[in-house]
Design a protein around this ligand. Structure first.
Ligand SMILES: [Cu+2]
Length: 645
C-alpha cells in the first residue's frame, strides 16, 4: 500500500457514512474540508440512533458504535433555558444508554442503567426519550454508560450557548474532541489487562536505561534505587494501562496521519473547546507558538489564565482562546505516557500545515507520585538506599506512649519501604491521641519525618480545632478495608498538590496549567462551610488489575447515602500510582484550591498519584447517582452509587 493510499484509508473515519453519501474517494478528497467538520445538530428536538458501522482508522476495517452514522457522535448544540427532548433509538444487539456528562438534571434523565431513577438501559430495538431543562451553559459531552460502548465510539460533544453574553469575545468556535480508538474488542483489552496489567506498557525501563543510570549515578545509587522499586513491586512507568501499542489517538475523529483542520482568518480570535472523550487516555495539550488563554473548565467560566500547555484528564473539558498570527499551528495532544498523540492544525489555508513537534521523553514516576515525598524529607531516596536501618534503635520510636512496635520495621529496612508491610492501621493516624508525641524523636538517623506529611496537624502537638474551611488540615485514615490482597499500596504521605502539573510536566520550561490556577470567574457559588467530611481512598492492586474505593469494589459496596441540603467535603486520597479522573454525577464538585472566594466548579477531578485533593458538594439533587473513576477499565471496581434523600 502506498503511503498516500494508506493515509487516505486511515483518514477515512466514517467509511459507512461516506458510502451512504454516495461519495467516491476522489470527491472525498475534494471535500476534505467538509469531512473535517463534525456533524452538528441544533434545536430542542433530537432523534438519535445508536448503531454499528464499519469504520477504518488503521487500514483495517472494524465495527464502531455510531450515533446517526457518525463517530464521534454529532455535536449537540443546545441553548441554556431550553427544554430539550432527545429520542434515542438503540439499533445495537445489546442494551445501550446515553449519559449527559456534566449536565445538571433530574436523576431519572442521567442515563446510568440501574442507578438513575427508573432507568434500566435502552433495550435493543427500542427508543428511550430523555427530556430535561438545560440549566447551564458551556462545553460538555455525552457517552454511553453501558458495557464498553464508549471505547467503540459512543461519545459526542455538547455545546450549550448561554442566555447571558459571554465574558470574552472570539470570532471562531471549534470543538476539539480527543479520544482513543483500538482495533481490538474492548473485552479483549480488558481480559489482557486482567491477565497481565502491564500488557500494553512498553515503557518499562530498559537495559539501556540501566547503563545510562550506572554511568550517571554510579553503582551504589543505581542499585539502591532499582532495588527499592523492585521491592515495592512497582514500576516507575505505570503511566497508562492502555497505550499507543493498541490505541490510535483521535482529534475530532481524525487520526494523526490525517489530522483535523480548523481554519481561521488572520487576526481572528479562535475559541477551542477541548473535550477528552477517551476511554483511558490523558493528554498533554499545547499549540507550539501560541499561548492559550483558559477561560472555562468543565463548562464553567474561570478567570482567564494564559498557559503554554495543559493536561486534560479523561472526561474533563477546557475552553481556551488563541490568537494565531498568519501561519499554521499544530494542535498537539500527546498521551501522558508519550506512546502517541492526537494532532490537528489551525491554519489560514487548508493546504498549509505546521511541523509536528517530537514527543517529550517518557517521564518516570517519582516518590511524590507514590505519596512519599522524599525531597520534603530533607534528602532523597538515594541516600536511604545506603542507610543501615537495621542499626537503628527502634525503641526510640516509642514516642509518647505510642506503640510503634506494631509497625513492621523489618519491612522498612533499606530503600525497600515495602508499602505492603508498612501497616498503617497500627499507626492509627485517625483516632489516636498524638499530643504527647515528640517530633524531634522522629528524626530517624537524619531522616526528617516532617516530610512524611500526614497533613500539617495530625502529628503536631497542637490541639487547635480544625477550621472547616481549612481543607488541608484533615487527617489521613486508611480504613481497615484497605488491608488485604485487593490493595497493594497505601500512600504514606499523600499531599495536596494543587500546583503540581503532574508527572511528565514538571519543570519542562513551559507554563503548564495546574488546578491552583483555576479561579471561578463569578465567585464561589455556595460559600457555606462543609457540614461533614467524607474521605474516599482510591485503591487497587495493579498486579491483579483490581480497582476499588477504600479497598472495596463496587459490587461489594453499600451506596453512599447523602442528605438533601447538606454541604459535604469529599477528600480523595490516591493510594495508587496512577491518575484517576473522578466524576460525580448530578451535583457540582466545588474544588478547594485554597481561595475560598473563587472556588471553581468541576464535574471531573484528577486525583494525582499519591496525592489528596478536596472538594465541596452541595447535595441538591435527589435520587441515585453514579460516582466513579472515568477510566473505562477502572470503572467496574472504582465506582460508588450515591443515594440522595
Ligand atoms: Cu460519566
Amino acid at each position: 500500500m502506498s503511503p498516500s493510499r494508506r493515509r487516505f484509508v486511515q483518514g477515512l473515519a466514517m467509511g459507512g457514512m461516506a458510502a451512504s453519501l454516495g461519495l467516491t474517494s476522489r470527491s472525498l478528497w475534494a471535500n476534505a474540508e467538509q469531512q473535517q467538520k463534525m456533524p452538528t445538530l441544533r434545536g430542542t428536538d433530537y432523534d438519535l440512533t445508536i448503531g454499528e458501522q464499519v469504520v477504518n482508522f488503521t487500514g483495517t476495517p472494524r465495527i464502531g458504535t455510531t450515533v446517526n452514522g457518525s463517530l464521534p457522535a454529532p455535536i449537540l448544540r443546545w441553548k441554556e433555558g431550553d427544554t430539550v427532548t432527545l429520542r434515542v433509538k438503540n439499533n445495537l444487539p445489546e442494551s445501550s444508554s446515553i449519559h449527559w456528562h456534566g449536565i445538571i438534571l433530574p436523576s431519572s434523565q442521567d442515563g446510568v442503567p440501574n442507578i438513575s431513577n427508573g432507568f434500566h438501559g435502552i433495550e435493543p430495538g427500542t427508543t428511550h426519550t430523555y427530556q430535561f431543562k438545560v440549566a447551564q451553559s458551556g462545553t460538555y459531552w455525552y457517552h454511553s454508560h453501558s458495557g464498553f460502548q464508549e471505547q467503540t465510539g459512543l461519545y459526542g460533544p455538547i455545546v450549550i450557548d448561554p442566555m447571558e453574553p459571554e465574558p470574552f469575545t472570539y470570532d471562531r468556535d471549534y470543538v476539539v474532541m480527543l479520544s482513543d480508538w483500538t482495533d481490538e474488542d474492548p473485552t479483549v483489552v480488558y481480559a489482557k489487562l486482567k491477565k497481565l496489567s502491564h500488557y500494553y506498557n512498553f515503557n518499562e525501563r530498559t537495559h539501556k536505561d540501566l547503563m545510562k543510570d550506572l554511568k550517571e549515578k554510579g553503582l551504589a545509587r543505581t542499585w539502591s534505587e532499582r532495588k527499592m522499586w523492585m521491592q515495592m513491586r512497582m514500576s516507575q512507568r505505570d503511566l497508562a494501562d492502555v497505550t499507543g501499542y493498541t490505541y490510535t489517538y483521535l482529534m475530532n475523529g481524525q487520526t494523526p496521519a490525517d489530522g483535523w483542520t480548523g481554519l481561521f482568518r488572520k487576526g481572528e480570535k479562535v475559541r477551542l473547546r477541548f473535550i477528552n472523550g477517551s476511554a483511558m487516555s490523558f493528554f498533554d495539550v499545547r499549540i507550539p507558538g501560541l499561548k492559550m488563554t483558559v477561560v472555562a473548565a468543565d463548562g464553567q467560566y474561570v478567570q482567564p489564565v494564559s498557559v503554554d500547555e495543559f493536561r486534560i484528564g479523561v472526561a474533563e473539558t477546557y475552553d481556551v482562546i488563541v490568537e494565531p498570527d498568519d501561519g499554521a499551528y499544530t494542535i498537539f495532544a500527546q498521551s501522558i505516557d508519550r506512546s502517541g498523540y492526537a494532532r490537528g492544525t489551525l491554519t489560514p489555508d487548508a493546504g498549509m500545515q505546521a511541523a509536528v513537534p517530537p514527543m517529550d521523553p517518557v517521564p518516570n514516576l517519582t516518590h511524590t507520585d507514590m505519596g512519599m515525598d522524599m525531597s520534603a524529607m530533607g534528602h532523597n531516596m538515594h541516600g536511604m538506599g545506603g542507610m543501615d536501618m537495621k542499626g537503628m534503635d527502634h525503641s526510640k520510636m516509642a514516642m509518647g506512649g505510642m506503640d510503634m512496635k506494631g509497625m513492621d520495621h523489618s519491612r522498612m529496612a533499606m530503600g525497600g519501604m515495602d508499602m505492603k508491610g508498612m501497616d498503617h492501621s497500627k499507626m492509627a493516624m485517625g483516632g489516636m491521641d498524638m499530643k504527647g508525641m515528640d517530633h524531634s524523636m522522629m528524626a530517624m538517623s537524619g531522616m526528617d519525618m516532617k516530610g512524611m506529611d500526614h497533613g500539617p496537624h495530625p502529628m503536631g502537638g497542637k490541639s487547635t480545632p480544625v477550621h472547616p474551611s481549612d481543607f488541608s488540615s484533615g487527617k489521613v485514615v486508611h480504613a481497615p478495608t484497605e488491608y488485604g490482597p485487593q490493595v497493594d499500596m497505601r500512600a504514606a504521605a499523600p499531599r495536596y498538590r494543587l500546583d503540581d502539573p503532574g508527572v511528565g510536566l514538571r519543570n519542562n520550561g513551559r507554563r503548564v496549567l495546574t488546578y491552583a490556577d483555576l479561579r471561578n470567574l463569578h465567585g464561589t457559588n455556595d460559600p457555606r462551610e462543609p457540614d461533614r467530611e467524607i474521605q474516599l481512598h482510591l485503591t487497587g492492586n495493579m498486579e491483579r488489575y483490581m480497582w476499588s474505593v477504600n479497598g472495596v469494589k463496587f459490587n461489594d459496596a453499600e451506596p453512599l447515602r447523602w442528605k438533601m441540603g447538606e454541604r459535604l467535603r469529599i477528600t480523595f486520597v490516591n493510594d495508587t500510582m496512577m491518575n484517576h479522573p473522578m466524576h460525580l454525577h448530578g451535583m457540582w464538585s466545588d474544588l478547594e484550591t485554597g481561595d475560598n472566594d473563587f472556588i471553581p466548579r468541576k464535574h471531573t477531578v484528577i486525583v494525582q498519584p499519591g496525592s489528596r485533593i478536596s472538594y465541596r458538594v452541595t447535595v441538591d439533587a435527589e435520587g441515585g447517582w453514579a460516582y466513579h473513576c472515568h477510566l473505562l477499565y477502572h470503572m467496574l471496581g472504582m465506582f460508588r452509587e450515591v443515594q440522595v434523600s
